[in-house]
Design a protein around this ligand. Structure first.
Ligand code: ATP
Length: 211
């Protein structure tokens, strides 16, 4: 009787899982300090070229690789990401790393997301500069089994990867958050380099020393 019950339970579980629509979700992890046109263009291209259901922008709480003091408060980065994705039905925001706090290891995040949505398939989007760092990522071998990495070229970055990467051809955009912060420091315009609502948010909150 136990065996039969066991079998029935497994069948029911399988049935329940297969009833949930399977989604192909792109994840664009980053510090978004601040988000810029490079992020939006790459996300839109990957989403449409791979036919994903959507791309979620996933701000980290604390990137494992840089000095946390360099990035502005998570609350501002989240607010800017929300404004950046506004109005595009292909885009969403994933706040798992912000809610978890601490250092944002992608492996921990993917274990959490897979537990929550075992039916989903995840495409982890990274710029070419990140590809070079993959061997240093926490539990990278296990992580490659949880996600499909998607690579996007970045000007001036040559890449070779020992991990499987699905490359998507997008226009190379020579914009970075560093460039935006530098422009603000020099009192140059950042209009058209970041979406208008992000530009307004930076001005209203006087971020990065913006006057
Ligand atoms: P910073 O200049 O502060 O290092 P960033 O512009 O690289 O920031 P992140 O938020 O760290 O922005 O980037 C998130 C992800 O998007 C990373 O995988 C990064 O490689 C990628 N990315 C950012 N800008 C571009 C771009 N212009 N072209 C391709 N990939 C990009």
């Amino acid at each position: 009787a136990t065996k039969v019950n066991q079998q029935t339970k497994t069948e029911i579980e399988t049935e329940v899982i297969s009833d949930i629509p399977r989604k192909r979700i792109g994840l664009l992890g980053g510090t978004f300090n601040p988000p810029h046109l490079g992020h939006l263009i790459m996300a839109e291209q990957v989403c449409t070229q791979l036919g994903l259901d959507r791309v979620d922008f996933m701000p980290d709480f604390q990137p494992p690789h840089i000095d946390p003091k360099q990035a502005i408060d998570a609350k501002h980065r989240v607010a800017m990401v929300q404004r950046a994705v506004m109005g595009n039905p292909n885009f969403g925001v994933e706040l798992t790393e912000i809610k978890r706090g601490g250092k944002s290891y992608s492996y921990d995040t993917m274990v959490e997301l897979h537990k929550r949505h075992p039916e989903n398939q995840y495409y982890f989007i990274i710029g070419a500069d990140m590809v070079a760092y993959l061997p240093k990522w926490y539990r990278i071998t296990e992580l490659t089994k949880l996600v499909q990495f998607v690579g996007v070229k970045r000007p001036g970055v040559k890449v070779h990867s020992s991990y499987p990467i699905l490359w998507v051809d997008t226009p190379e955009i020579d914009v970075s958050s560093t460039l935006i912060r530098d422009k603000i420091a020099k009192h140059h315009s950042i209009r058209y380099l970041v979406p208008d609502p992000v530009c307004e948010y930076i001005e209203e909150n006087k971020l990065y020393g913006k006057r």
